[in-house]
Design a protein around this ligand. Structure first.
Ligand SMILES: *[C@@H]1O[C@H](CO)[C@@H](O)[C@H](O)[C@H]1NC(C)=O
Ligand SMILES: *[C@@H]1O[C@H](CO)[C@@H](O)[C@H](O)[C@H]1NC(C)=O
Length: 359
């Protein structure tokens, strides 16, 4: 019929044929989409937690099996389930595999319209000198009351409302400590003798791994914000550095109860990397020495931008429900802030946060 019409009236028929082709194309595309989607999301269907199934369980279970028609329902319900899991079962720091890759942190608005150094510095210094959550049991230098003035006050929180106290009691606690070989090891020894499995990463030791005490290991490794370039031959790399994500994968660990780091101004890019890759969510408490006398490795911009960047990193932590419970101003270091003697600031602070999603 169509063909006969076509021979008779050529022009309108071309249009009709075109429309038909277009409709056919759309149909093929749509059904291909439907077929593709469940394959790219296999984890979601398997992952709906038993707790969630329990509610509408029996009549939903059949529907959980992937079939073309139910794709949309399954996807939506899985999303809801993973959201519920985050709130309901806060102790499980599993990352959402669907979390999109991030390339830069979210910068906070400027502290004031003039974008001045003074406004930025005041906001930042105020932020790092006020703790955000009370800890009823601060413990300095690891599970003993021993504390000498010469030591840095590495401080964790053993308040029962946080996970660490329980982990230590059940001997399930794991500590990672990153330094550059300058530090004393009192914190690490004390955490190990208190029952934690302690991994100390120090590029200056003489062999790849040293098992020093029952629960204390030293590794000839350092943390970096990128992995070594595979194109460079290993013997030409002077430093053995890796991203924390890589170290965790290689060690087969998926959570760290306490991460302590004194990275001599590399802390900013390292912290940024932990945030961008979502690794920060696998950490229970974070104890960090920060250095403010210069912008830090690979941090650039004018002074206002640098301080705003530092501030934005800490706001990212806050956004991940990390609360600062301890802040210490080091008066033994030069009292300098970005090479200036201003605002009575020190060049060095020790700060501790607790991940309040791990309760
Ligand atoms: C610093 O740099 C930012 C962006 O590069 C600019 O917007 C701002 O005005 C500068 N601030 C000062 C005080 O120069
Ligand atoms: C400067 O800081 C020190 C130590 O935090 C404090 O004791 C002193 O009162 C501060 N000085 C001023 C002028 O704020």
């Amino acid at each position: 019929m169509l063909w006969r019409e076509c021979r008779l009236r050529w022009r309108p028929c071309t249009l009709r044929l075109l429309a038909l082709c277009l409709a056919a194309l759309l149909c093929t595309h749509f059904s291909a989409e439907l077929r593709r989607k469940p394959l790219s999301q296999p984890g979601l269907i398997a992952k709906a937690p038993a707790k969630e199934l329990g509610v509408e369980g029996s009549n939903r279970r059949a529907e959980e099996l992937p079939s073309k028609r139910q794709v949309i329902y399954v996807r939506r319900s899985s999303k809801g389930a993973s959201h519920g899991r985050q709130e309901g079962n806060a102790g499980v720091p599993r990352r959402d595999p669907l979390q999109p890759a991030r390339w830069h942190i979210d910068l906070q608005p400027w502290a004031g319209p003039s974008r001045s150094f003074e406004e930025e510095a005041r906001r930042f210094l105020h932020y790092i000198t006020e703790s955000q959550i009370d800890c009823s049991r601060l413990v300095t230098n690891g599970l003993t009351n021993h504390y000498a003035d010469t030591l840095k006050p590495w401080t964790v929180c053993l308040d029962d409302k946080f996970n660490l106290a329980h982990q230590i009691r059940s001997k399930q606690c794991r500590v990672y400590s990153f330094g550059l070989g300058e530090d004393d090891n009192i914190f690490e020894f004390n955490m190990a003798s208190g029952g934690c499995e302690v991994h100390r990463f120090d590029p200056s030791i003489s062999s790849a791994h040293i098992h020093e005490a029952d629960r204390l290991w030293h590794h000839q490794l350092s943390i970096d914000w990128r992995d070594p370039n595979p194109a460079i031959a290993p013997h030409r790399l002077h430093r053995n550095t890796k991203k924390l994500k890589t170290i965790l994968n290689e060690f087969g660990h998926w959570k760290i109860d306490v991460l302590k780091a004194d990275m001599e101004s590399a802390e900013w890019k390292i912290l940024e990397n932990l945030i961008l890759e979502g690794i920060i969510e696998q950490i229970g408490q974070l104890v960090l020495e920060i250095h403010l006398h210069w912008p830090g490795f690979e941090v650039s911009g004018n002074d206002s931008s640098v301080v705003r960047y530092w501030f934005s990193l800490f706001k990212e932590l806050e956004h991940k429900d990390f609360k600062m419970f301890y802040t210490y101003k080091d008066l033994s270091k030069p009292q300098m802030f970005l090479k200036k003697d201003v605002f009575n600031a020190s060049s060095c602070y020790v700060l501790s946060w607790v991940n309040t999603r791990w309760t």
